[in-house]
Design a protein around this ligand. Structure first.
Ligand code: NAD
Ligand code: MG
Length: 395
C-alpha cells in the first residue's frame, strides 16, 4: 500500500472505536485518522484528538462543538469540530476518506453509515442495527455505489473468512448448506429461569468473554444480539433465515462456521478480542498484526456446544420471526429493543420485560414494505412510540 489510508472512526469513544484506534496506532505507516466522533464522553474525545490529531472531530451539538473547538485550538490543533448528524455524514462521505469504521451504537448510526456507503467508501460495519433496520435498501446502496462492505461483528467476520470469494453468486451456488452462527449464551445461560426477573443491569453487562458497550452487553444477555446478528447474516451473505442455525458455544473461541454440501465445515477461531476482526477488515485482503495474543489451544483445552433454549431466550424467536417477515418488522424490532434496553438499564423494567415490550410492539402493528430510508425511520419512530406507551401503561 503506497498512500496512507485516511480513516474516519464513527463512535470513536466506544468499545469498538477504541479497539480500532489501538490497531491504527500499531500501523502509522498504513493508516491515519481523518475524523473521530463522540457523543457523551467528550473529555475522552478531546484526549483522543490530542493523540491522533484528526482533521475533523464530530460532537452531538453546537454548544459542545464550540467547547471542544476552543480546547483543541488552545492546544495548537488544527482539528475542525463539526456537530450533529450532518457532521457525521460529512466526515463519513468526505472525498479524502478511504475507510469508515461504523461503530456508533443503534439506529443513530443509520444515516452516517449510509452516507459512507453512498459515497462508495470501504465501510467497516460494526453498527449492526443500521443494517438490520434498512436491510435491502442498505445492500442496494452498496451495489449501486461500489462500496466495499466488510463485517466487523466477530461472527460475520468469521463467516466472511470461511466463505469463498465469489459467495455473492448465492450460497447454494458456492456449495454452502448452512451457516452456523455461534453465541456465547451470555451471563444468564445457566441462571434458573425463575431468577431472571431479579437480575440487575450490572449482572447483564458482566459478559463472561467480551468487554463491550452496555447496550450490546444487554443484547448478549437476552440473546437479542444473536437475533440481530441472524438478520445481519441474511443481508450480508444473502442467506434465508432457515439457512442460519444458532449454536451456543460458551468459550467464544470459534467465531462462527460454514457448513458445505460435501460435509466440510470451515470455522474461524481466535481469542475473543475485537482487534482481530477490526484488523482483518482494515487490511483486507492483506493481513496485519492486531496485538491479539496467539490462541493457546492447550490452555482452552475444550470447546462446548449446545442448542439455544427459546423459552429462556424469547428474543431469539422474535428476531427470527422478524427476519422471516421482513419489510418494516426488523426496524420495529430493533427500535422496540433499543427502548426496552434503555428502560432496563434505567431500572424501569425487569429483564424478562425486554422481550415482552418487543413482542407487544410487533403485535400492535403489522409490518409494511419499506422502499425508502424515510419509511424505515417512520417505522423506527412508530415502534419507539408504541414501546413508550407500553412503558407508561406499566407506570
Ligand atoms: P459503545 O457504547 O461502547 O460505543 C458507542 C459509540 O457510539 C460511542 O462512541 C458513543 O459516543 C457513540 N454514540 C452513542 N449514541 C450516539 C448517538 N445518538 N449519536 C452519535 N453517536 C452515538 O458501543 P460498542 O460496544 O463500541 O458498540 C458499537 C457498535 O458495534 C454497536 O452497534 C454494537 O452492536 C457493535 N458491536 C460491538 C462489539 C463489541 O465488542 N463492543 C462487537 C460486535 C458489534
Ligand atoms: Mg457479534
Amino acid at each position: 500500500m503506497s498512500h496512507l489510508q485516511q480513516i474516519t472512526v464513527l463512535g470513536a469513544t466506544g468499545s469498538i472505536g477504541l479497539s480500532t484506534l489501538d490497531v491504527i496506532a500499531r500501523h502509522p505507516a498504513l493508516y491515519q485518522v481523518f475524523a473521530l466522533s463522540g457523543f457523551s464522553r467528550l473529555v475522552e474525545l478531546e484526549a483522543l484528538c490530542m493523540i491522533y490529531r484528526p482533521r475533523y472531530a464530530v460532537v452531538p451539538d453546537e454548544r459542545s462543538a464550540r467547547h471542544l473547538q476552543s480546547g483543541l485550538h488552545a492546544a495548537g490543533l488544527a482539528t475542525r469540530v463539526l456537530f450533529g448528524e450532518q457532521g457525521l455524514c460529512e466526515v463519513a462521505a468526505h472525498p479524502e476518506v478511504d475507510a469508515v469504521m461504523a461503530a456508533i451504537v443503534g439506529a443513530a448510526g443509520l444515516k452516517p453509515t449510509l452516507a459512507a456507503v453512498e459515497a462508495g467508501k470501504k465501510v467497516l460495519l460494526a453498527n449492526k442495527e443500521a443494517l438490520v433496520m434498512s436491510g435491502a435498501l442498505f445492500i442496494d446502496a452498496v451495489r449501486r455505489s461500489g462500496a466495499v462492505l466488510l463485517p466487523i461483528d466477530s461472527e460475520h467476520n468469521a463467516i466472511f473468512q470461511c466463505l469463498p470469494g465469489d459467495y455473492a453468486r448465492g450460497l447454494e451456488q458456492v456449495g454452502v448448506r448452512r451457516i452456523l452462527l455461534t453465541a456465547s449464551g451470555g451471563p444468564f445461560r445457566e441462571t434458573p429461569l425463575a431468577q431472571l426477573h431479579e437480575v440487575s443491569p450490572e449482572q447483564a453487562c458482566a459478559h463472561p468473554n467480551w468487554s463491550m458497550g452496555r447496550k450490546i452487553s444487554v443484547d448478549s444477555a437476552s440473546m437479542m444480539n444473536k437475533g440481530l446478528e441472524l438478520i445481519e447474516v441474511c443481508w450480508l451473505f444473502n442467506a434465508k433465515p432457515a439457512q442460519v442455525e444458532v449454536v451456543i458455544h460458551p468459550q467464544s473461541v470459534i467465531h462462527s462456521l460454514v457448513d458445505y454440501v460435501d460435509g466440510s465445515v470451515l470455522a474461524q477461531l481466535g481469542n475473543p478480542d475485537m482487534r482481530t476482526p477490526i484488523s482483518h477488515a482494515l487490511a483486507w485482503p492483506q493481513r496485519i498484526d492486531s496485538g491479539v495474543a496467539p490462541l493457546d489451544l492447550f490452555a482452552i483445552a475444550r470447546l462446548d456446544f449446545q442448542a439455544p433454549d427459546e423459552q429462556r431466550f424469547p428474543c431469539l424467536r422474535l428476531a427470527r420471526d422478524a427476519a422471516e417477515a421482513g419489510g418494516s418488522v426488523p426496524a420495529m424490532l430493533n427500535a422496540a429493543n433499543e427502548v426496552a434496553v434503555a428502560a432496563f438499564l434505567e431500572r424501569r423494567i425487569r429483564f424478562p420485560e425486554i422481550a415482552s415490550i418487543i413482542e407487544a410492539v410487533l403485535n400492535a402493528e403489522p409490518g409494511v414494505a419499506v422502499e425508502s430510508v424515510e419509511a424505515v425511520l417512520a417505522a423506527d419512530r412508530r415502534a419507539r412510540e408504541l414501546a413508550g406507551q407500553w412503558l407508561s401503561r406499566r407506570g
